[in-house]
Design a protein around this ligand. Structure first.
Ligand SMILES: *Cc1c(COP(=O)(O)O)cnc(C)c1O
Length: 366
């Protein structure tokens, strides 16, 4: 007899993660495949963070600090918020799932954009709720007016990915404020800011000012991207004390491991490195965008660490381009599994990696 799993399992979307360099090496026999498919940082953690991780190793026979107090208080200092308003998680994805569990139930609705972060498909599914998707506008931006129009009495949660994955587009805080004015205060609005550090439109912390005026607002951020720590799993949510209590109550008592707690606390001290990484990313963004323009390819106005490319309709099919790049040792994400056929998403790597990508793409399209 097979096991009987919960009904909701059938509704949980299959998440196809990007191929790894090792998979490409094996499949295409390329020695030095580069992975530009998961929006990871090409730079490892800063040395001081690695030292703190190593130093904490001998204490791993002990459970982590239960409330992640030191990390939350470092975040509280950094963002000038009460620590009681800050939740930390095993990656910001854990906090999104916990928010879904805490806010959603059958007959409740969650609204997101489409295409947006693939993980959002899980939010409704884990809670047996309804997933309402609102198409991006023609520039690949969240259509915030239509998202506000989509709110009903059943809506409990609305997620805005800003900058959006996979299109990289960004709405400034003024635009977000106008949108928040239109959303009832009983609907939780999460702004997923996984890439907010990379955008050059405004001070990444401008959005923090909105927290005072909108108690239903939550900002999620992560150590995964700009800090180069995605392998460690650590993210955080800035919002209300009620939100933090809710996501804490649906999770296990020790969601954030000890190494992640010390690493996150240390990473916050290295703002100069973040600035340098953001500058390097902006330089590489320019380089890649120039290369793409020379290939006559259209892209969105990205403010993240990746480009979203529209493939020419008369050119090779998306799958062939992805395969052609992989044969040349360059792994990118295809648009189809991200909900948008005819596109590619490519993460910026180091300069040599980006040169290789542009060259390989030119050869593949030729
Ligand atoms: C990468 C990414 C995250 C980060 O998730 P973590 O669980 O913190 O690693 C969150 N949201 C979006 C949109 C992302 O692309």
């Amino acid at each position: 007899m097979p096991l009987t799993f919960a009904q909701k399992l059938q509704r949980i979307p299959h998440y196809e993660s990007g191929a790894t360099g090792a998979e490409a090496r094996e499949r295409y026999q390329v020695e030095d495949a580069i992975k530009l498919s998961s929006n990871e940082s090409p730079h490892g953690p800063v040395p001081a963070v690695l030292e703190r991780i190593a130093a904490a190793g001998p204490e791993l026979n002990r459970y982590p600090e239960r409330g992640s107090g030191a990390l939350r208080s470092a975040l509280a200092d950094r963002f000038e918020l009460p620590a009681a308003h800050i939740a930390v998680g095993n990656g910001s994805c854990e906090l999104l799932l916990a928010a879904a569990e805490a806010l959603l139930e059958p007959d409740a609705e969650v609204i997101t954009a489409a295409p947006s972060f693939a993980m959002y498909g899980h939010l409704a599914a884990v809670a047996g709720a309804e997933w309402v998707q609102v198409a991006l506008d023609r520039q690949g931006r969240h259509d915030l007016d239509r998202m506000a129009d989509a709110v009903t009495e059943a809506t409990r949660l609305l997620v805005v990915c800003n900058p959006n994955n996979p299109t990289g587009t960004f709405h400034d805080s003024g635009t977000i404020a106008a949108f928040l004015e239109r959303v009832p205060r009983c609907v939780c609005v999460i702004i997923d800011q996984a890439y907010v550090e990379f955008q050059l439109v405004e001070d990444p912390d401008s959005s923090l000012d909105l927290l005072g005026g909108f108690p239903n607002l939550v900002l999620t951020r992560t150590f995964s991207k700009v800090h180069g720590l995605c392998g460690l799993r650590c993210g955080y949510a800035l919002g209300s004390a009620e939100f933090r209590q809710a996501v804490d109550s649906v999770r296990q008592p020790f969601p954030v491991n000890s190494l992640a707690q010390v690493a996150g606390t240390e990473a916050l001290r290295h703002t100069d490195d973040v600035v340098r990484r953001v500058e390097r990313n902006a330089t590489e963004r320019l380089f890649v965008e120039e290369g793409l323009t020379e290939l006559a390819l259209q892209t969105t106005d990205t403010q993240a660490n990746f480009s979203w490319i529209t493939l020419p309709e008369d050119g090779s099919a998306e799958a062939e381009v992805v395969e052609g790049l992989a044969r040349r040792g360059v792994i990118v994400r295809a648009g189809t599994p991200l909900g948008s056929p005819g596109h590619l998403r490519v993460t910026y790597g180091t300069r040599p990696e980006n040169e290789r990508f542009i060259e390989a793409l030119g050869e593949t399209l030729a």
